[in-house]
Design a protein around this ligand. Sequence first.
Ligand code: ADP
Ligand code: AMP
Length: 214
Amino acid sequence: MQLIMLGAPGAGKGTQAKKIAEKYNIPHISTGDIFRANIKNGTELGKKAKTYMDQGLLVPDELVVDLVADRLQQEDAKAGYVLDGFPRTIPQAESLDAALAKMGTKIDYAIDVEVPDENIINRMSGRRACVKCGATYHLEYAKPKADGVCDMCGESLILRDDDQPETVKKRLGVYHDQTQPLIDYYSGQNVLKEVDGTKDMNEVFADIVAILGE
Ligand code: ADP
Ligand code: AMP
């Protein structure tokens, strides 16, 4: 099963991608997580990516496309994957299609998690993230067991720099300009599925399972 998660920043792509990965036993590939791991490890890629991420801008396509193409060649991605945060531009989607065509395969579904802009700022200001293992929480809707501590690995949780309200507004603008056109792109390929992301996260997941099958 080869899946793409679409949706605004904070729509719940990562939340749903993790549940999908667990249920269907496929890797969750998040380009945001890959960049954050690179930033944490002080790599050249991380340094370059950080300058864009901190401003709420997209990292240039050329820094993302090969990285994902390589990741999809790895053994654990043979049986499928759920891509979260990639593609984010039409050129990225076209390069992904070209890379998949070379591998003799294609995307099964692009799942668009729909949440209006009004709800996004609240979602993002309450998000808390673990930079060590990538787990995500929400102060109101998905609380960790102990305040400020990751349930999975015990690391301290943070408010991501790019989740500050001013940066979120910028990211929403970038989403509408550069990423939203992918909805038509995948609709044109007859693989687009839309779910209502304003529902409770378990209900959203049930709607996704209804699309993908048990
Ligand atoms: P994305 O990966 O699309 O940026 P996340 O999955 O990190 O978004 O979700 C953003 C924030 O909203 C997180 O704090 C998450 O716990 C919370 N969240 C996700 N889905 C829902 C939902 N259906 N209802 C309420 N909060 C949600
Ligand atoms: P995310 O964790 O998906 O919210 O991504 C956080 C940030 O990483 C984004 O705001 C971008 O700056 C950068 N990023 C992640 N994925 C991509 C991508 N496919 N293309 C460009 N930038 C990306």
